[in-house]
Ligand binder design. Structure first.
Ligand code: TRP
Length: 361
C-alpha cells in the first residue's frame, strides 16, 4: 500500500518527506510563488525554484504563479502582467519542466478564488488577524493601511493548497504559519462536513534563511528589506552581480573562516560559494586558509557568473517567445483546472449549495 520514494538530493530541507503515497505512484507536491519582482534573487532561487526543479524527479508537482496574492498590496497592472510572464520564463529556465510539472497561473483556475470564499466562511476573524503578515503591516502602518485582500491572503493560500490534495507543500520558513492555518482549516472542514481535504504536511525548505544580504549580512536577502546592492538578482547583467559581490561587506580581521556570529559577511560568502559550487564549507575554509577576501570574492563572482549566465540567457530567450509561454500556462491550467474543479464540486455539494442545472422535464 505504501511505496517509499527516495528523498530529493542535495537541498537543505527539513524534515525530509517520508514520501508514502496511498495508491498514487508519486506523492503530490504543490507550491506557489508571487510575481512581485522583475527577477528572482538568489535567495528565492536557492530557497524555492531550485528545489522545485529537484522535486520533479520523485513527486507529482503543481507549481503556480500567485498573481491573485500579488494584488493584496499595491500593484501596477503593466508590471504585474510582465512579471507573471517573467516568472513563468524563469521557472522554465530553472529546469521546471512542463512535461513533469503542471505550471500554471493562479487566476487561470477560478476554483482558487471560489474555494477561498467558502473557507472565509469557516475562518475566524481573530484567527486571520493573528497571521503575522497582516499583523506586522497593520502594526507598522495602522490597520487601515492593509487591504482586506491582505487580511484574507492566508485563506486564499489555504484554498490554493487544499484544492489539489497535495501530500507536501514545499515553502520557506516564513510560510509556516500559513501552512498551520491551512491544516487547521482542512481539519475543521473535514470534521464539520465530511472528509474532503487531505491535511498537507509542511516541507520546510531551510536554504532560504541561509542567504544573507551582501551589504547587511545579518539580514536575509529579501526584496522587501534589502537595498539593491545587497541582492543578487538572477537576471542582472553578470558584470553588475560581480561588482556587488566585490563590494560585499566583510570585516577587518582578514581571516576566512565560517563564523556567522562574529563574521557574518565572510560566512555568507562561504555559504554562497558552497551552495553554488557544491563544496562543503569545511573544505572551503581549508582551501582559503591564509588567502585574502579579494580572492574569495573574485572566485565567488566567477562561480555566480557561471551559474546565472545560462539561466539568464534562457529566460531572455523565452521572454521573446510569448506564444510558447502562453501555451505552457494553458497546458498547466488544463492539467490543474479539472482537479481543482472536482474538489470544488465536492465542497459545494457538502456545504449545501444547490448544484446548478436545468430540471428534467
Ligand atoms: N504565500 C507564498 C509566498 O509568498 C506564495 C503562495 C501562495 C503559496 N499560495 C501558495 C506557497 C500555496 C505555497 C502554496 O511565498
Amino acid at each position: 500500500m505504501s511505496a517509499t520514494t527516495a528523498h530529493p538530493p542535495a537541498p537543505e530541507t527539513a524534515p525530509g518527506p517520508p514520501a508514502t503515497a496511498e495508491g498514487a505512484a508519486r506523492p503530490r507536491v504543490l507550491s506557489g510563488i508571487q510575481p512581485t519582482s522583475d527577477s528572482y534573487h538568489l535567495g528565492n532561487y536557492l530557497g524555492a525554484v531550485r528545489n522545485w526543479q529537484i522535486l520533479q524527479a520523485d513527486y507529482q508537482p503543481f507549481f503556480f504563479i500567485a498573481d491573485q496574492h500579488a494584488i493584496t498590496v499595491d500593484w501596477d497592472p503593466k508590471l504585474l502582467r510582465e512579471r507573471t510572464l517573467r516568472s513563468v520564463a524563469q521557472l522554465l529556465a530553472a529546469g521546471v519542466d512542463p512535461e513533469k510539472s503542471a505550471i500554471f497561473v493562479q487566476s487561470h483556475v477560478p476554483a482558487h478564488a471560489q474555494l477561498a470564499w467558502v473557507l472565509n466562511g469557516i475562518t475566524g476573524f481573530g484567527e486571520a488577524r493573528r497571521m503575522t503578515q497582516f499583523k506586522d503591516k497593520s502594526a507598522k502602518e495602522g490597520e487601515g493601511a492593509a487591504s482586506v485582500g491582505l487580511f484574507t491572503y492566508p485563506v486564499l493560500m489555504a484554498a490554493d493548497i487544499l484544492l489539489y490534495r497535495p501530500h507536501y507543500v514545499p515553502v520557506g520558513e516564513d510560510q509556516r504559519q500559513h501552512l498551520e492555518l491551512t491544516r487547521d482549516l482542512a481539519q475543521r472542514f473535514n470534521h464539520r462536513f465530511k472528509k474532503t481535504f487531505r491535511v498537507p504536511e509542511p516541507y520546510i525548505l531551510r536554504a532560504t534563511s541561509k542567504i544573507y544580504d551582501l551589504q547587511e549580512p545579518t539580514r536575509k536577502m529579501s526584496k522587501s528589506s534589502s537595498s539593491p546592492s545587497g541582492i543578487i538578482e538572477m537576471l542582472d547583467d553578470p558584470k553588475v552581480t560581480a561588482k556587488k559581490i566585490r563590494s560585499a561587506v566583510t570585516d577587518s580581521d582578514g581571516e576566512i573562516r565560517y563564523d556567522p556570529d562574529e563574521k557574518p559577511g565572510v560566512s555568507n560568502l562561504l555559504s554562497l560559494l558552497s551552495a553554488l559550487g557544491g563544496e562543503s564549507i569545511a573544505d572551503l575554509e581549508e582551501q582559503y586558509a591564509g588567502k585574502g577576501y579579494g580572492q574569495l570574492k573574485g572566485d565567488l563572482a566567477e562561480v555566480v557568473t557561471n551559474y546565472v549566465t545560462p539561466y539568464r540567457d534562457r529566460t531572455l530567450e523565452l521572454l521573446d517567445d510569448q506564444t510558447y509561454l502562453l501555451q505552457v500556462m494553458a497546458e498547466g491550467a488544463g492539467q490543474a483546472g479539472p482537479i481543482a474543479e472536482a474538489t470544488l464540486r465536492d465542497v459545494y455539494q457538502r456545504i449545501g449549495f444547490v448544484a446548478p442545472g436545468t430540471p428534467a422535464r
